[in-house]
Design a protein around this ligand. Structure first.
Ligand code: NVA
Length: 384
């Protein structure tokens, strides 16, 4: 009998199978996120009179502190026999002037998770949703070409780039009060209109044959329809998820984080819409609420635009081993009680670059195959 074919060098069907190869972001040349129609960065905590969100390059020490933690994560992963690759440097300080938009500077390459995703043997580059992140695929292109050249089974797809013109955005979104947001919570209309397909890769979470995509500030309904039309002919199922109490949703990995077959780490402040939760319950999946984060939103780094729920932005290296931020002791205990080995690493200095351990990585190869974990009920009853 012929020996079985080795797996493609690009192969990841879910968030938990044993990890073999990964890309870890880097903070070099990072700039502050500029204010733009799809984004309004704010300073956390107390502000002095007239203080505005900084612009331009981040300070060299801020970058060095983040790089130290990113390099430490890379070294840890290598010590676990995982192949680690890093993005190429890019000048994020360069302003962009395109036929449809201008922006004063770009952002950084700390969070590959937002930009690119592995779906089986396919590398998929997201459309992206913000002007400052339009070209953020570039630091990963050499790595992607290398995989594509080395293995003819690797498929490489870049989703159509949106215009990011003024009329792609609903700027009134930023003016709504919290009460208005509460009243509108089931509209699922955020800062991007429904004209052009738009998605960030971090709004997708993978559970074998079934993918779940959050409708958010960074992913609209045409974006999800594009994913469905692209991926369903390949045998995958694409479902939409909604978290009605998240008034500023972007990126699913601080909200709904699958840890192993049958178990999702969930955000107690952001429950999943009822009919959608039923789909998981009927298929025997359990939701495990994350404990309170170790700090409040106000105690997060001043220029960090993500919530304290970065606490649950963990990276699984196998179905029983999870890398967590070192200060999140309650989460460590919870996971240990559920039979996980927890590896704790410092990562706070990466937070102001938009993410924690899951965001700052892009898993390229995990050792499992495509499984169907939703055989009792294959459609979310609400229609998706
Ligand atoms: N926007 C989400 C996820 C960030 C990675 C949050 O701040 O909770």
């Amino acid at each position: 009998m012929a020996p079985p074919e080795p797996r493609p060098i690009v192969n990841a069907w879910n968030e938990w199978d044993p990890l073999e190869e990964i890309v870890v972001g880097r903070a070099d040349n990072a700039n502050f996120d500029p204010t733009e129609p799809g984004y309004r960065p704010v300073i956390r905590g107390t502000r002095s009179a007239g203080e505005t969100f900084p612009t331009g390059p981040k300070a060299a020490e801020t970058i060095a502190r983040a790089n130290e933690e990113l390099d430490n994560l890379a070294a840890l992963l290598e010590s676990l026999d995982v192949t680690v690759r890093r993005p190429d440097p890019m000048d994020f300080g360069k302003p962009l002037s395109t036929p449809t938009f201008d922006v004063e500077n770009q952002y950084c390459s700390v969070c590959p998770r937002d930009v690119v995703i592995t779906l089986g043997n396919q590398i998929l580059e997201a459309t992206m949703s913000r002007r400052a992140r339009f070209f953020e695929y570039l630091p990963y292109r050499r790595i992607i070409r290398d995989y594509w050249n080395r293995d003819p089974r690797v498929s490489w797809t870049a989703a159509p780039k949106p215009s990011m013109a003024d009329d792609m955005y609903r700027t009134e979104f930023w003016e709504f009060s919290l009460d208005e947001r509460f009243a509108r919570m089931h509209d699922f209309e955020f800062c991007v209109t429904q004209e052009e397909p738009v998605f960030d890769a971090a709004d997708i979470t993978r559970m074998g044959r079934h993918l779940f995509v959050q409708e958010s500030m960074t992913t609209n309904r045409p974006g999800i329809a594009w994913l469905r039309r692209e991926l369903e002919p390949r045998g995958l199922r694409v479902h939409t998820l909604h978290f009605p109490l998240d008034f500023f949703p972007s990126h699913i990995d601080c909200t709904f984080v699958p840890l192993r077959p049958g178990l999702v780490l969930t955000n107690p402040d952001r429950p999943l819409k009822e009919e959608e939760a039923e789909f998981f319950a009927k298929n025997g999946w359990e939701f495990l609420d994350a404990p309170e984060a170790s700090c409040s939103n106000d105690e997060m780094p001043r220029h960090c635009q993500s919530s304290r729920w970065l606490s649950m932005n963990v990276l699984s290296v196998s179905p029983d081993t999870v890398i967590c931020e070192e200060a999140e002791h309650d989460l460590h205990r919870l996971l240990e009680r559920r039979g996980f080995n927890v590896i704790a690493v410092p990562f706070r200095n990466v937070y102001e670059f938009g993410g924690s351990l899951h965001c700052a990585t892009w898993d390229v190869r995990r050792s499992g195959d495509c499984e169907d974990y939703f055989t009792n009920l294959t459609d979310i009853p609400a229609g998706d």
